[in-house]
Design a protein. Sequence first.
Length: 124
Amino acid sequence: MYSLLGSQSSDGGDNEKLNLSYVSVPVLAKYIKDGFSIVLGPQISFLASAKDKSSDGTQDIKDEFKSTEIAGVIGAGYTLQNGFGIDARYQLGLSDIGKGSDMEGIKVKNNALMFGLHYRFPKK
């Protein structure tokens, strides 16, 4: 999965955006009953890019973050009989992703709520 995460802050008249891009590999167990499903498991993510956007321009700040992140994922979904369905997942960051002198004493973790649509192909 490809994930875009980040934050936005405002200090007076200056707006700042932090954009983090990850390639994530979830390893999830899935329980299915009558169209309802629950997923649970770990996820490892690899940092693809980190950008800081402000009125001064855009800076690459990838060196200020660790290259990997570990998270826990829990989710639920429902699939209709025609194969279409919806799902939602919550990603709870377990590892501190910050590094460098600017991050001393500060723990930085990614948490995210995700929604999706899916299609399950019929069994033959």
